[in-house]
Design a protein around this ligand. Structure first.
Ligand SMILES: *Cc1c(COP(=O)(O)O)cnc(C)c1O
Length: 403
């Protein structure tokens, strides 16, 4: 093992000086004065929940992604639940999804009493593999749920083709990919339904919040009812029509996004393009700074796609290192770099093991990647100094552990 001789190069985990004094998180929101003024304006208005900002945010969002309809939800998870409901998933049905995702993607299938079925991911993008997905189709399959891992669009055309052949619905979990492009089309305009999240670590935040986009009016209508107790009109429509009568036509939830949140969303949407450019810049800086490091494999972007860079996941080439992922992780944290791991494959979580049995080993690409993954800090509010600190810490730690 290479031993650093200068004290200032000693790893922080071994008592050396950390690369920076304060912890840099892996992701965080940016809120400016405009955002604050927009929210304050709603607090002084007549509508705190379903009001004018909800419709305005939905219209602006639909226009941005290039979809006919956008329906807002209280969270990305609620939006996934809505899309699973609208697709008709129910008891006895199956939906095929990626193990390399946040548990909510698969959980929404369980909410509907249906069964999530996993298929392995592609080695380069860690996105659900269309061939392996096709191999898992049964007469019970009703939906496909690809995920745009880290912000790289999934192969939606391949999934749409499979769906056409078998009469399935494609729900794209694009919680990582707002603003990405798939063959010149913006994510959110391609799949039958596309789901977004506005959690603070995502590209645009409303605190908590989510959206489903679609070109199908029947899906949009079902989604609007589902988020409002299954009622066929909302309170504002009734007030404007001088009506008190309403009908509950399906079993829905209260999954509405507030007017306060939508005002913040509208204000954040205006800055999205600038923020996406900044994320792209940070990714390019990382890529050129790490090009010569044998110890790590960098994320790739396929031709004809643009990446939204929600995450910057590197994979450790463990055979070239004298340390485990856990040791590299702890060493980077000690340098005050807030690294993270995305994701523990969903089928390995205790709940899924207890309910569906121990499936470890069944999805070798996802499981092997999981052992090597580390997400570096990636958010549009990072300063140039923050980016340089990450680069310095990764070089310092990996060179120390070079086998
Ligand atoms: C963030 C996220 C969700 C859930 O969104 P919430 O708004 O936190 O409920 C779902 N899927 C993926 C892939 C996510 O990253």
């Amino acid at each position: 093992m290479h031993q650093a001789t200068l004290t200032d190069e000693a790893l922080a985990i071994k008592g050396g000086a950390p690369v920076r004094e304060t912890l840099l998180p892996y992701g965080r929101q940016s809120i400016d004065e405009d955002d604050i003024q927009c929210v304050v304006g709603v607090l002084r208005s007549d509508w705190l929940t379903t009001g004018p900002n909800v419709a305005e945010f939905e219209e602006a969002f639909a226009a941005y992604v290039g979809a006919k309809y956008a329906v807002s939800f209280a969270s990305g998870t609620a939006a996934l639940h809505g899309a699973a409901f609208a697709s008709g998933l129910g008891p006895g049905d199956e939906a095929i999804t990626s193990p390399m995702t946040f548990a909510a993607t698969a959980n929404c299938v369980l909410y509907q009493g249906a069964t999530p079925v996993f298929a392995d991911v592609s080695t380069d993008t860690l996105n659900l593999d269309p061939q392996k997905t096709a191999a898992r189709i049964t007469p019970r399959t009703r939906a496909l749920l690809p995920v745009d891992y880290a912000g790289h669009p999934a192969e939606i055309n391949a999934f749409l083709e499979i769906a056409d052949r078998h009469g399935l619905i494609v729900i794209e979990d694009a919680c990582h990919a707002l603003g990405a492009h798939y063959l010149q089309r913006r994510t959110g305009s391609v799949a039958h339904m596309t789901v977004f999240s506005f959690h603070p670590v995502k590209h645009l935040t409303t605190g908590e919040g989510g959206m489903v986009t679609t070109d199908r009016s029947d899906f949009a209508e079902t989604l609007r009812r589902f988020r409002n107790h299954g009622i066929s009109s909302d309170a504002r429509q009734r007030q404007s029509q001088g009506q008190w009568h309403y009908e509950m036509v399906l079993l829905g939830f209260n999954y509405r996004l507030t007017d306060i949140a939508c005002a913040l969303g509208l204000s954040q949407l205006r800055k999205l393009e600038v923020n996406l450019l900044r994320r792209g810049e940070i990714a390019s800086r990382y890529a050129s700074a790490f090009r010569d490091l044998a110890a790590i494999t960098l994320p790739v972007t396929r031709e004809d796609m643009t990446h939204a860079w929600h995450l910057y996941p590197i994979q450790l080439n463990l055979e070239k290192l004298s340390a485990t992922r856990a040791e590299v992780f702890r060493a980077l944290r000690a340098e005050n770099i807030g690294v993270n791991v995305h994701y523990i494959p969903v089928h390995l979580h205790p709940y899924y093991r207890d309910r569906f049995g121990d499936r470890a080993g069944e999805f070798p690409v996802a499981e092997n990647a999981h052992e090597r993954l580390i997400s570096l800090p990636m958010f549009h509010g990072m300063s140039d100094q923050d980016v340089e600190d990450v680069i310095k810490a990764v070089r310092k730690v990996t060179s120390h552990f070079l086998a």
